[in-house]
Design a protein around this ligand. Structure first.
Ligand code: NAD
Ligand code: MG
Length: 403
């Protein structure tokens, strides 16, 4: 079967038109690389980013994007001034700008690679506009997975995971019916401190935490990987994407980051997806699905790896993991509170205001104080996120920690 895109009245049009939201970040830049390597058949028509405006201007000129969104008016002015003469895309601002791009008639695939809760409006807009949502931004599902998935179903939008574990599950699930799935195993590298004695965790610096052993990623997800909060977010992401209950999701530590995740079927067969720890593979699959296209990146060499290890996680050392299950079990606004509190806590650690070991207790404290709503509206979800940010900020020390 061939993927058919666009609304051409002529013969089947096979030119997927892509919007990359968060294009200056780690996943965003790799998406542009993948789109360019796939050739002119894949056209980038819109971009969006936060404040790295000069990089964005270069990307806009290179791709010939027709529309570009930035976070605020000041960035819009800088962007307009930085655009080379000749390149004059429409410039949009703020969450409305992201929503407009995500629902443009000439966009078929929205790659959502914005970090944090800022991705939610665009996720909802892409779902409501019936687009293919190639979803890297896990926070939108953590905050409002029920709403995003319901809107996608209602408007015929496809949600294709970009997160490597969920792409692996998505691919492995194709080997059977949903009713034949017994459960999934999400793998986790364990991050840079998995083997470090717990008493040492209080002394680790942001620089050490940003040095991930297997993946090269943006700062928030790298810190989340070090606390294993990233895996908690991914448990919630898997719940929403695949309709899995907490009992159907298991986590295993797998330091080689080669088996990206596994699906166990009722007959005892376990289907895994393997590959190098390279986000370009799941990004490309989300763009070309249901096809597979050749890719030029380095291939997996199992013989040189030698062995693949798996072990049960240390729940005591990494208490963040449990929070993922708790959010699935309770649902409601708890995911939004978790996401908001975690963003503040990670930001504070990166600014040297709290210690590494303060991140998860701070998030837990906010969740304990949260006045939870069981079946929230979008406004209630946004309010829970805002409340959690405020509450977490109140708990921060006023000054930086001494070095
Ligand atoms: P990053 O920090 O490298 O990039 C984030 C991007 O979002 C940047 O382009 C930034 O300008 C943009 N952005 C931030 N706030 C914005 C706003 N308000 N409006 C518009 N743009 C905004 O992050 P990343 O590592 O690329 O991660 C992006 C998302 O993908 C995260 O949700 C992360 O969890 C997920 N993800 C990343 C990886 C990875 O390998 N990096 C893997 C799996 C999932
Ligand atoms: Mg992942």
């Amino acid at each position: 079967m061939r993927c058919v895109w666009g609304r051409s009245k002529h013969a089947e049009r096979v030119v997927p038109r892509i919007a990359v939201l968060g294009s200056t970040g780690s996943v965003g830049r790799m998406t542009l690389e993948v789109a360019s390597s796939l050739g002119p058949e894949f056209e980038v028509v819109a971009l969006a980013a936060g404040r790295r405006v000069h990089a964005l201007a270069e990307q806009a000129a290179e791709t010939g994007a027709r529309s570009v969104a930035v976070r605020d008016e000041e960035s819009a002015k800088t962007l307009a001034a930085a655009m080379p003469s000749g390149a004059r895309p429409e410039i949009l601002v703020g969450p409305e700008g992201l929503e407009r791009i995500a629902s443009r008639a000439d966009v078929d695939i929205v790659v959502l690679a914005i970090v944090g809760g800022a991705g939610l409006p665009a996720a909802l807009a892409a779902a409501r506009a019936g687009k293919r949502l190639a979803l890297a931004n896990k926070e939108s599902l953590v905050m409002a997975g029920d709403l995003v998935m319901a809107e996608a179903a209602r408007h015929g939008a496809e949600v294709i995971p970009v997160d490597s574990e969920h792409s692996a599950i998505f691919q492995a699930m194709a080997c059977g019916r949903r009713s034949e799935v017994k459960g999934v195993v999400l793998t986790a590298s364990g991050g840079p401190f998995y083997r470090l004695a717990q008493r040492e965790h209080g002394h680790v610096t942001a620089k050490q935490a940003l040095d991930h052993p297997t993946w090269s990623m943006g700062p928030k997800i790298t810190i989340d990987s070090a606390t294993l909060m990233n895996k908690a977010l991914e448990i919630i992401e898997a719940h929403h994407l695949f309709g899995l209950s907490a009992d159907e999701i298991q986590v295993l530590i797998h330091p080689e980051s080669t088996v990206h995740s596994l699906v166990e079927f009722v007959d005892g067969s376990v289907i895994a997806q393997l590959g190098r720890p390279d986000m370009r593979t799941p990004i490309q699959y989300a763009l070309t699905y249901p096809e597979r296209r050749p890719s030029p990146w380095e291939r997996l060499d199992l013989a040189s790896l030698g062995r693949l290890r798996f072990e049960k996680p240390d729940w005591e050392k990494f208490p963040a993991l449990q929070l993922g299950y708790e959010v699935i079990r309770r649902g409601g606004t708890l995911g939004a509170a978790l996401s908001g509190a975690d963003e503040v806590a990670v930001g504070a650690f990166l600014e040297n205001r709290i210690r590494f070991t303060d991140i998860v207790p701070l998030v837990k404290r906010v969740l304990e104080a949260h006045r939870w709503i069981a079946a929230p509206s979008l406004d209630e979800i946004l309010a829970a996120d805002a409340w959690a940010r405020e509450e977490a900020t109140k708990c921060l020390p006023l000054s930086s920690l001494s070095k």
